[in-house]
Structure formats: C-alpha cells, structure tokens
Design a protein around this ligand. Structure first.
Ligand code: ADP
Length: 491
C-alpha cells in the first residue's frame, strides 16, 4: 500500500512530544511490513539536520494557492533512518517555519493550514496518488476537508484519509478567515454545525472538528481515551461530534520502537540488561547517580520524564518530590521542560532551592540521551496525569524494568495494571495505579511501591520482570492501522 503521513512532527528530526515518536514508529512499522511510506513535514530551521541523510531540493516551483494569491514553495527530500521525508519550505514574508522553535507562535493556525494546503498541493502537482493519507492532530485537521472539498475534483478522487488525534486539548479553533486563506470560502456552507463550526463558539471554525467530520476514519491513541473523549469532558467539547461519527471512530494504542527503547541494545546506557540479567540494571542506577551528583544510598530512585504541562499533573509531581525528601525513603529525579515561561520559572526556582540536596535532581532541559539513562537507572516512574491520551513513558519504563506509578486515565488504564488491586492474573500486573487527583491518592500508591521495594525486594523484582515481558511494540498497532486502511479503501 502507498501511504503518506502528513504531520507537524517526526522523531528524531522534529520531535516535541509523543506525536513525533508515533509518526516515526508507525511509519517504520508500516514500511517494514512492505508498504511504501512517505512523510510530509514542515522544513523547520530548528530541525535536527544531522539526522537527515541526502537532503536535496526536489521540487522548486510549487505555487501554493493562498489568500487569493499563491506562495512560492520548495519541497526537499531526505531520508530519516530509511524513511522518505519531504519537507515543505515556503518562501514568503511570513517566515512560517524559520522561527528557531517548533510551536508557540501567534499565527499557529496560519502556519499549519498553509502547511496542510501545501502538502496536498505537492501531492497533486507531483502526481503522487497515495491510497491512504494519514494526518495527525489539529495542525492537519483541515487536510480531509481540503481533500474532499477541493482536491478531489482536481484529480485526487481516490484517496482515503485516516485522521489521528493525539491531544484533544488543542483543536485549532480560529476565525473564519481561514476559509478564505485556504480557498475553501463559502462560510454559509462550512460554518454549519455538522461541518466545521465550533461546538461552542458559533463564530469560530474548529479545524479538528473538520478533520473528524471529513476523514474516512478517526482514531485516538488508546481505547480508554476514545471512550473518555466521546463520553466525558476529555473530548474538550468534541464529544457530541465523536458520538455522531462513532462508527468511524476508534482507539488504537500507540506502540514504542524497541530498536530505540530496549535496555538490551541501548547505546546511551553504560550497563545493558534484559529480563534475565536484571541485576545489571543497577550499573545504570550508579551511573545516573554519578551523573546527577546524587548520594549513593540504599534508596529507590523515583523519576519523572516529560513535558512540564499542567496536563501531566504537575502539582502531584511537585508533591512527590517533597514527599520523597520528607520521608527520606526515596530519591527523586526530574527531566522536563515547558514552553510556558511561568511554569519554567517555577521549576527553575525549585531547582535553585534544592540545588544542594543530594537526594534529588531537576534537569530542566530536553535530553534524549539523559532520558535513556533515567529510564534505565530509576526504580520507579511517576505519571500522575490529569489526562493522558496514551502516554509513552510508562511503556518505556516497563521495558526498562522501571515500575510505573500512574493515575488511572487514558492510555495509562490500558497499559498499567495495579499490583495489589488489578483483576489481571498476578503475573500480568506491572505497576501501581491511583485514581484521585489529591495528595493522599498518590501518597498511598507511593507508599505501596516504596514499601514493597524495601520489605520484599524479590517481589519488587518480579513486578519489574512482569513489566519487561510486555510487548508494546508497533507490531499490534501496525496491524490494526493496516486493517483500518484496508477497511476505508474498500468501504
Ligand atoms: P506528550 O506527547 O504529551 O508530550 P507522551 O507521553 O506521548 O507525551 O510522549 C513523551 C515523549 O517525550 C517520551 O518519549 C518522553 O521520553 C519524551 N520527553 C518528554 N520530555 C522530555 C525531555 N525533557 N527530554 C527527553 N525526552 C523527553
């Protein structure tokens, strides 16, 4: 099958969060299974150009219709670990993708609707006719709309679209001018409730809603989150739309790439191990302590790796840190950053305050390499998220024998099963789960985990091994996505 992914991120060249991992991991799996996969991305100035092989300009005179005129655009091709990537480079005063960062600009909607339009224009003009176009998140929500309303008649009548939502919180709610910018026009048609009109603001266009309405199939990144988005406030207002379209909506759990996340072959960690040589994990604990200048003590290390976003339950992350220090029974390590200045400032303040404490370390940066050492060196990993469509760190933690302590939301419900209370067979239980959002809830889970670590180390080790035996590779989701593609092609 010929599949084109259109997305704003792809690891490792342009990765901010899980979206980048998914676009890369899914594409690799599809390619390994014999499909022809191409990925279309913006040509950001801040990409990891060292990870792109043979970057060359392949299309120089693409004129992308925009706001009644057209923007001169070049398209580049390069390989990212064997994957064919095309990079869209507009030559306009707007300077859409040369800003030194990926996200966080005032004209975000313009940047990505232009990108969406340019991606389709590129497919059309270069005579690419993929069987499946798979687009992701609000940034490309307008792709299915444009395909059906504009590009179908221009010659792309046979393409089918799968649209995956990784985060319902950001939907691309914007003014009607986006209709004129992209050439859709006809507000009386597109601003109807059953089309692109935002469910709350009658004067606004909702790009994600457009994606849901027009795509042939819609997925989100875990089965539990699919239910939450449809039936609770976690759909951030799109619940009714998902209900309407529920026959074409499903949750597919993300995978992780075991070529990247595997303690047996991980090039970033000093001591490699697997489920049978789990004692070698402790070489990494020592290396982590040396690297972060933590004291060598008989204590578990509890870690947090992830964006510093309120979504992640930052009040509980902070509480865990102080709880560990107060109780004096665990060390705490954090790796994360935030694009929001006030959150960053808060954590920097915390870092300065705790600078000399030998039992904790806050690393406020983005470091792929340190993240590997933390996953390998820590004993437990917390994810006290307020909402979590899928979540990757808990699956990575499992593979590294680092026991996840998670709140029961979204994909965490589909992946982590409580050691004491789950109804799964004992050998399938792999972590600790709590439900509420208050301090007492996480404390009780932490107490159970830390207690087991001290009092029953053998049982703790069994729990680690249970987790390591799980298979959260792209194998299952790859097969599921292919089945979806097949279904929408023949429907
Ligand atoms: P989200 O997409 O909400 O950011 P996910 O759990 O889906 O969250 O994905 C997070 C991914 O980003 C994981 O692979 C995690 O290891 C990685 N990550 C997040 N923050 C950092 C950081 N500061 N340094 C290194 N890796 C990070």
């Amino acid at each position: 099958m010929y599949i084109v992914q259109i997305a704003s991120e792809c690891a490792p060249v342009a990765k901010v969060g899980g979206l980048g991992d998914v676009v890369y991991g899914l594409s690799r799996e599809l390619q390994v299974r014999g499909n022809h996969v191409e990925i279309i991305l913006p040509k950001y100035d801040c990409m990891r150009y060292d990870q792109i092989w043979g970057l060359t300009k392949v299309y120089d005179d693409l004129w992308v219709p925009w706001h009644g005129g057209a923007i001169h655009t070049s398209v580049w091709h390069g390989e990212v670990y064997g994957l064919h990537c095309y990079f869209i480079e507009p030559h306009s005063q707007d300077n859409f993708f040369n800003r030194g960062g990926f996200y966080g600009y005032l004209d975000e909607v313009r940047r990505y609707t232009f990108f969406s339009k340019a991606a389709l224009e590129f497919l059309l003009k270069s005579n690419r006719r993929p069987e499946i176009i798979h687009c992701h998140d609000w940034q490309t929500g307008i792709v299915p709309v444009l395909l059906y309303e504009v590009y179908k008649d221009a010659g792309m009548w046979d393409q089918r679209i799968c649209y995956t939502i990784h985060n319902f919180k950001h939907q691309g709610v914007t003014g009607m001018d986006v209709l004129w910018l992209t050439g859709l026009g006809r507000p009386e048609y597109f601003m109807r409730y059953e089309k692109m009109r935002d469910n709350f603001n009658p004067g606004a266009v909702n790009l994600m809603k457009g994606g849901i309405v027009y795509a042939n199939f819609v997925t989100t990144v875990s089965p539990h989150h699919a239910w939450e988005a449809r039936s609770t406030d976690q759909g951030f207002g799109l619940g009714p739309t998902l209900q309407t379209h529920q026959v074409k909506f499903d949750g597919v759990l993300n995978g992780i790439d075991y070529d990247v996340w595997n303690p047996e072959i991980d090039g970033y960690i000093p001591s490699r191990y697997n489920v049978d040589t789990i004692q070698d994990k402790y070489g990494n604990k020592e290396a982590l302590r040396n690297r972060l200048m933590l004291r060598n003590d008989y204590k578990p290390i509890i870690a947090y790796v992830g964006r510093l976003d309120m979504q992640k339950g930052l009040h509980l992350v902070r509480h865990t840190l102080f709880y560990c220090l107060e109780q004096n029974r665990a060390q705490f390590v954090l790796l994360g950053t935030s694009p929001e200045p006030h959150i960053n400032a808060y954590f920097w303040q915390l870092k300065h305050h705790l600078n000399d404490n030998p039992d904790c370390h806050l690393e406020l940066s983005y470091s792929e390499e340190l993240s590997h050492l933390i996953y390998a060196g820590a004993d437990m990993l917390i994810m006290p998220s307020m909402f979590e469509p899928c979540g990757l760190p808990q699956m990575i933690g499992l593979k590294y024998g680092t026991v996840p302590i998670v709140r029961a939301v979204g994909g965490l419900v589909n992946t982590i099963f409580d050691r004491d209370y789950s109804d799964k067979p004992v050998e399938e239980r792999n972590g600790y789960v709590f439900h509420q959002t208050d301090h007492a809830a996480i404390e009780s889970a932490l107490d159970r985990a830390i207690g087991l670590w001290y009092l029953f180390p053998d049982q703790f080790r069994t729990l680690m091994q249970n987790g390591m035996r799980y298979d959260f590779s792209w194998n299952h989701p790859g097969a599921r996505y292919l089945a979806i593609y097949d279904y929408i092609r023949h429907k």
